[in-house]
Design a protein around this ligand. Structure first.
Ligand SMILES: Cc1ncc(COP(=O)(O)O)c(C=O)c1O
Length: 392
C-alpha cells in the first residue's frame, strides 16, 4: 500500500476536493427564462418567485411556501410574527444563525443537549428545560436528519408551546412519509450554495398557518402591505426573480439528488465501517435525510487519531474536511455570556464536537472520488502511529 501524503506519498487528488459544491443546471437551460425576466423589467418578487413558491408548496404538500432572501431572514421574521416572548429551547450543536435569530428577537436561548447518535435535539432533555417562561421549541434537522418529530410535537402540544424549525438542510426530508415543512408552526429551509436546492442565496418558509404566510409576505417587504403604510417593522427579505428561477430548476432534480446522495453515502459507509473507531450519524428507520452533509465520528481511543489529526492528515491528500458544528454555539465568542452557565451542561454536545468530521459530499461527486477518499483514510489508519508522530 502506498504511503499517506503526510508521510511523503503522492496526494490522493491533484486539486483540492471540496467538502461541498452546488450541483447546478446548465446556463443554457436558464437563458430563455432569464431573457423573459430581463425583458419584463420585474427583477424581484414577481412571477418566478410566485411560481417557485407554488412548486415548493406542491412538492412539500404544505399549504404555504413563502420565499425569502435566506434561511436566517426567514427564521427572524417567523419568530417575530409568531409573537414569541421569553425562553426558547434550542440546541447548541447547530449553525450559529439558528440562535442568532432568537437574539435578534430578544428571545432567551435555553440550550439543550443533543442525542449523541442522531446529533439532534433530545426530546427527553427538552422536557427537562421547560419552565413557565418557555414559549417555543426551536428544532434543527442536523445535516438533514429529522429529529424525533412525533415526540417533539406532542411535548409542544402538551405544554402549549410553539414549534419552529431551522430546516436549513432539510428540503426533501421526510419523517414517517411526510415532508419536513409540515411539522412545526414554521419550518425554514435554506437555498444557499451548500444546499441541495440552490438559489444562490435564498430561503423558503413552509407553514400550514395561512395568517402567518400572509404576514410573512408583508414582513419580507419592510412590513409594507402594499400601500407603504407599514404595518410593523419588517425587513427587506425578498427573493429576486433570478434566484427563484435557479432554485426552481434545482427543485426539479431534488428527488434524484437525494437518491444519488444515499448511494454515495452507502458507498462511503461500506468502506469506512471496516475501520475501527469510525461511526456514523444514526438515521431512524422511519426517516429520510437529505445528506446535506456526510459526517463521521472519530473515536481517538480506537482509531488511533482524533478528528483534528485525521483532518490534518487528509489536508495534504487535497481532501477538504469540516468540523460542523464546532465550536458549539454556547462556546462561541458572541455567546460568552452563556458559556459559564452551560459549560458542563451539554455533555453529548461536547462528546460529538470532539469527534465530528464531515467528508466531501455533493450530488455530482463521482463514485471513484468517494473511493479515493476512503482509500486515503484507510492509508492514514494503517500508518496511524507514524501519522500521529508527524502531526505531533
Ligand atoms: C443549520 C443552519 N441554519 C441556518 C443556516 C443559515 O442559512 P442561510 O445562509 O440561508 O441564512 C445555515 C447555513 O448553512 C445552517 O447550516
Amino acid at each position: 500500500m502506498k504511503k499517506p501524503a503526510i508521510l511523503g506519498g503522492s496526494p490522493a487528488f491533484d486539486q483540492l476536493l471540496p467538502i461541498n459544491q452546488p450541483t447546478l443546471p446548465k446556463v443554457d437551460d436558464l437563458t430563455a427564462e432569464l431573457t423573459d425576466i430581463f425583458n419584463s423589467g420585474m427583477l424581484t418578487n414577481a412571477r418566478y418567485v410566485k411560481r417557485f413558491e407554488n412548486e415548493c408548496a406542491d412538492y412539500l404538500e404544505v399549504k404555504n411556501a413563502v420565499a425569502v432572501s435566506c434561511c436566517t431572514s426567514g427564521l427572524l421574521l417567523s419568530l417575530k410574527l409568531l409573537g414569541l416572548k421569553g425562553e426558547v429551547i434550542v440546541p447548541s450543536f447547530t449553525f450559529p444563525a439558528t440562535v442568532h435569530a432568537l437574539l435578534w428577537n430578544n428571545l432567551k436561548p435555553v440550550f439543550v443537549d443533543c442525542d449523541p447518535e442522531t446529533f439532534n435535539i433530545d426530546p427527553h432533555e427538552v422536557e427537562k428545560k421547560i419552565t413557565p417562561q418557555t414559549c417555543a421549541i426551536m428544532l434543527v434537522y442536523i445535516f438533514g436528519n429529522p429529529p424525533q418529530l412525533d415526540r417533539l410535537t406532542s411535548i409542544a402540544a402538551k405544554h402549549h408551546l410553539k414549534m419552529i424549525s431551522d430546516a436549513a438542510h432539510a428540503l426533501g426530508v421526510k419523517y414517517h412519509g411526510k415532508f419536513a415543512g409540515n411539522f412545526a408552526d414554521a419550518e425554514v429551509f435554506s437555498l444557499a450554495p451548500t444546499k441541495l436546492v440552490v438559489a444562490g442565496e435564498g430561503g423558503i418558509v413552509a407553514t400550514n398557518n395561512d395568517q402567518l404566510a400572509a404576514d410573512l409576505k408583508i414582513a419580507r417587504d419592510y412590513g409594507n402591505p402594499g400601500n407603504y403604510n407599514t404595518r410593523f417593522i419588517g425587513l427587506n427579505a425578498r427573493m429576486s426573480e433570478m434566484h427563484a428561477l435557479l432554485a426552481g430548476k434545482c427543485l426539479t432534480k431534488l428527488e434524484e439528488s437525494i437518491n444519488t446522495r444515499y448511494k454515495l453515502v452507502d458507498l462511503y459507509k461500506s468502506r469506512l465501517q471496516k475501520l475501527p473507531g469510525i461511526s456514523f450519524q444514526k438515521i431512524e428507520a422511519n426517516a429520510r435525510t437529505s445528506y446535506n452533509y456526510f459526517s463521521v465520528l472519530v473515536d481517538e481511543e480506537i482509531f488511533g487519531l482524533n478528528n483534528d489529526q485525521l483532518s490534518a492528515a487528509l489536508k495534504p491528500e487535497n481532501i477538504m474536511t469540516r468540523k460542523y458544528f464546532y465550536p458549539p454555539v454556547h462556546e462561541q465568542d458572541a455567546y460568552k455570556d452563556y458559556y459559564q452557565q452551560y459549560q458542563d451542561q451539554l455533555p453529548a454536545t461536547a462528546w460529538v464536537c470532539k469527534r465530528i468530521c464531515c467528508l466531501p459530499l455533493f450530488t455530482h461527486l463521482p463514485e471513484e472520488k468517494v473511493i479515493k477518499v476512503c482509500e486515503a483514510i484507510e492509508r492514514i489508519y494503517e500508518n496511524r502511529v507514524q501519522v500521529k508522530g508527524q502531526i505531533g
